[in-house]
Ligand binder design. Structure first.
Ligand SMILES: [Zn+2]
Length: 243
């Protein structure tokens, strides 16, 4: 069995679920001289001043304003919610993992394990929380200060799980899973991992919106290190499934 982590596509437009657009900026028009690819590179433009909806104030750090994804999910999601994803999944710009009705149907019909969802207001989209959680090598994430004086969250947290031996694996197939420990990364607290049968399920169902990257085996990591020593770039073949 192979295991993968989910990577979402870059977005051209902002989406939000737990914040409000408090002060919209005057509409900016795209310059016809700039090709669309440049916007993809620059990321979505800001649309104005965003503020956390008042009902979530109690779970936000009073000093840095950040919140745990779990605490937000526990509270649920009311209108207004703005989701503008082109495909079936992605993170909103306020850190909510959103999936389409189509993706939810595919997962439920196949009885995929390890997640729960809540409706994102009346948007027709659903927030997903991964509930099947495993131990991991916590040193993979580097904590770089300054640290918030109240909640202790780090300013930056570089690092990524890319290797099989960095996470404990679930005992069953047909599963979505994540780490017990979470980090206050810019778009999420936790990564989403999938067993190979779920990756095939999504691919066959025509689900789109990103990539599933296979976690590398120890042998592949050794090979990559070996090639790097010889000044060659090498990645294990067939380790990316495009959705
Ligand atoms: Zn804080």
């Amino acid at each position: 069995m192979n295991y993968y982590y989910l990577v979402e596509r870059d977005k051209l437009q902002l989406s939000w679920a737990v914040t409000l657009l408090r002060k919209p900026l005057p509409k900016r028009t795209r310059s016809p001289a700039l090709p669309p690819v440049l916007y993809r590179f620059l990321g979505p433009v800001t649309e104005g001043e965003m503020a956390l909806k008042s009902e979530y104030a109690g779970v936000a750090c009073k000093t840095c304003g950040r919140c745990d994804d779990d605490a937000i999910f526990d509270m649920g999601f009311c209108d207004p919610v703005t989701i503008r994803f082109k495909y079936d999944f992605g993170y909103t710009d306020d850190r909510v993992f959103a999936i389409s009705q189509k993706l939810l149907n595919v997962l439920c019909e196949a009885r995929v394990r390890g997640f729960e969802t809540k409706p994102l207001g009346s948007s027709g989209w659903h927030a997903m929380r991964v509930t099947d959680r495993v131990d991991c090598d916590e040193k993979v994430m580097e904590l770089i200060g300054p640290f918030c004086s109240e909640c202790g969250r780090a300013d930056r947290i570089p690092g990524a799980f890319t290797k099989l031996d960095q996470v404990a694996l679930p005992s069953h197939s047909n599963a979505i899973f994540t780490t017990k420990k979470g980090w206050a990364k810019p778009f999420r607290d936790r990564d989403t991992f999938l067993t190979e049968d779920v990756v095939k399920l999504l691919k066959n169902a025509g689900i789109r919106g990103g990539w599933c990257n296979r976690l590398w085996t120890r042998e592949e990591v050794c090979m990559m290190d070996e090639m790097a020593k010889r000044g060659k770039k090498w990645k294990p073949p067939g380790s990316i499934v495009t959705l």
